[in-house]
Write a protein that binds this ligand. Structure first.
Ligand SMILES: Nc1ncnc2c1ncn2[C@@H]1O[C@H](COP(=O)(O)OP(=O)(O)OP(=O)(O)O)[C@@H](O)[C@H]1O
Ligand SMILES: [Mg+2]
Length: 385
């Protein structure tokens, strides 16, 4: 039997759990007409919380209403791709716009660099204008009382800030001209915050922010129930409880737990029944995969001090006292609080109680404990005592 669960980044899950009200709000914003606040929106949240699949779902809503939807990822050159898509051109044409990095790479003295910088700014002014023209042409060609254009931009980060500026300036003009458009962008919280707080882009600060987080356990329970039974297997109440608990409300974990449990039952050739054994083996496998796919990349992307902060936290079985963490790191409380704030902003930890922090990403503690450095720090702390 085909496995209904989809533990793959960006893959639409069988049931999009716990996001119904966000989707309803967007539907409302499209119906509400030009200038509705929900038409300018951004999604943030930790890795694997479901930003990309939300963008897909919002796109589907717009498509169902016969809107033109263009999905882009904020990598270099995305504006050129966007404009070409609007103009109905193929994506294989040579790139017309040079990225600022390339232009500035040209060797030369300060004089030349300044000239090049001027050219870059001009280029982005042009990009913005080209984008507006392409949008206007497209909108003019459609019955705007009925249809519009939605642009979704994923993986927003400050390295593409120039192009995002060009896009935002264009969108701002189009909104002012009361065109029938919507713009939704998404990314990791700290990266999106950098872009939204850019001085040039004050306009984006007025966008509606949706911080995607954990989803309610009862909704996960029902999603497991329907997905499993609709796909032809039986599963009882206790097992559903176990599967649900193992997710900790973390969306990616729903797919991982579901996928590996389903697979265990297929491997065991138990046909149409999912047993507690399948669930236990599925959960075990899901945790391992979560380490490879989520914890590893998160951890590797941190600075040395941020890593040490997490390792110090992983020594505790529950929430950690921030003053105790500072002591373990042999740093002042103020010094440690800088890293605490950074990790909270990255959605990796959370301030659980006054003076306490806890892991937000599920099973992160177990992952860190399986690291050799964890034991290294344990020894250091014991030596200190
Ligand atoms: N609300 C949800 N209900 C069920 N499954 C979900 C939900 N949201 C996301 N998923 C599943 O979680 C996984 C990760 O989703 P997605 O790739 O959209 O996350 P992301 O936030 O874009 O992550 P990243 O920051 O790495 O880009 C996918 O397998 C997806 O099917
Ligand atoms: Mg994504």
């Amino acid at each position: 039997m085909a496995n209904p669960f989809k533990p793959t980044a960006g893959m639409t899950p069988p049931v999009l759990v716990g996001r119904e009200s966000d989707l309803d709000d967007f539907r409302y914003a499209l119906d509400d007409g030009v200038g509705a606040p929900g038409r300018l929106m951004y999604l943030t949240g930790a890795r694997g919380v479901g930003k990309t699949v939300m963008l897909n779902a919002l796109g589907d809503i717009a498509r169902d209403q016969d809107w033109l939807v263009i999905d882009e990822t904020a990598e270099r050159g995305f504006m050129d791709r966007l404009i070409r898509a609007l103009n109905g051109e193929s994506a294989t044409r040579t790139v017309k716009y040079q990225t600022p990095g390339l232009t500035l790479d040209i060797p030369g003295g300060l004089g030349q660099a300044t000239v090049n910088l001027g050219a870059v700014e001009l280029e982005h002014g042009e990009l913005s204008l080209d984008f507006r023209h392409a949008m206007t042409r497209r909108l003019d060609g459609m019955d705007e009382s009925r249809r519009g254009i939605l642009i979704t931009l994923d993986e927003v980060q400050s390295s593409s800030i120039d192009e995002i500026r060009a896009l935002a300036v264009g969108v701002q003009h189009l909104i002012r001209e009361r065109r029938n458009i919507a713009f939704v962008f998404a990314g990791l919280p700290s990266l999106v915050e950098d872009v939204v707080n850019d001085d040039v882009l004050t306009f984006l600060r007025r966008a509606e922010r949706r911080h995607l987080g954990d989803v309610p356990l009862p909704d996960i329970w029902s999603a497991f129930e329907t997905t499993i039974s609709d796909s032809g297997k039986n599963v009882d109440y206790e097992i559903l409880n176990r599967l649900t608990q193992a997710t900790n409300g973390y969306p990616f974990m729903i797919q991982l737990v579901g996928y590996w449990t389903w697979r265990a039952s297929e491997t065991a050739k138990r046909g149409d029944r999912i047993t507690m054994e399948d669930a236990d083996s599925g959960i075990r496998q899901a945790k391992l995969k979560l380490g490879d796919m989520v914890h590893g990349p998160i951890y590797d992307g941190l600075t040395a001090m941020q890593k040490d902060y997490l390792l110090a936290m992983s020594q505790d079985d529950g929430p950690s006292s921030t003053s105790e963490i500072a002591r373990r790191l042999e740093r002042s409380a103020q010094y440690a609080s800088v890293y605490r704030a950074q990790l909270i902003k990255l959605d990796i930890i959370t301030a659980s109680d006054y003076g306490f922090v806890d892991f937000k990403v599920p099973h992160m503690r177990e992952y860190l404990r399986s690291h050799a450095v964890h034991h290294q720090m344990r020894r250091t702390i014991e030596d200190m005592a």
